[in-house]
Design a protein around this ligand. Sequence first.
Ligand code: F6P
Length: 321
Amino acid sequence: MKKIAVLTSGGDAPGMNAAARAVVRTAIYNGIEVYGIYQGYKGMLEGNIKKLEVGDVGNIINRGGTFLGSARLPEFADPEVRKEAIKNLEEIGIEGLVVIGGDGSYKGATKLSQEMNIKTIGIPGTIDNDIYGTDFTIGFDTALNTIIESIDKIRDTASSHDRVFVIEVMGRHAGDLALFAGIAGGAESVMIPEQKDTLEQVMERVNNAEKRGKKHSIIVLAEGVMSGAELSNKLKEQFGLESRYTTLGHVQRGGSPSAMDRVLASRLGNYAVDLLMEGISGKAVGIRDNKLVTTDFEDIFNATEHEIDLNLCEVSKQLGI
Ligand code: F6P
């Protein structure tokens, strides 16, 4: 393997820069030329590709977002579009590709390796922590810390006014951010898509907190269940409960990556290049029980349901959340 490329795709996540940095530096350390593809598959199609040196990835480990940029390109599903993109890779002589992103990004990589002689490895980068085959994705820890900071601040005003607050966090299909944030933020209730809690159950937890003498409550809601506005309205209509809601939104995707995300990204980026050098392809790297692992792209595509940590659900239940 003489030349590889790296791109970031899909929603950005803090720590993607650290992962790209690790890919670039590991490749160069091993005598491999490495190219950055800017704006994901869009940049591949448009030939927005640049050779990277060690210095090009200096001063980025601490930065959120992705210096390579990211874009959504639904047209990449079209084989004719991919043909054009492949030409750009073949012109440079790219033999391996590291894709940092989610399973949608891995699908593009799979198509490429079927249509050209290229080896592909995926690195899981998304704040949602919803990629099969890894305990944690890059960006999850940072987003979680951003949420906790917000919960702590909202609790200050909630307790001053004896109010109930609904805090809507990201996670279209996955409740990890909400569940972890609920536990770490000492929430009174959590609603996640994987557990179909009823509004009655949520009310019961709020009431239990009140019985314990707590005059304010925090309900952490994953966006995949419903919106904060919707939940707040329903609580009013069905139970006469007055509440305020806050949607944290894209603030959760930004910011300097946490130390845990930086280390995870560095390990995964380094491992991805090792695998390409061994000639391995069609797999995503990940971490399980603190060990680096790989999962076939196909297994990731077939895993339709996101798995929530059931032990953690039990912990939250026993803590009255
Ligand atoms: O990165 C994942 C995610 O943050 C989801 O939780 C959220 O619903 C979505 O991305 C938002 O994406 P977009 O930036 O396209 O609005």
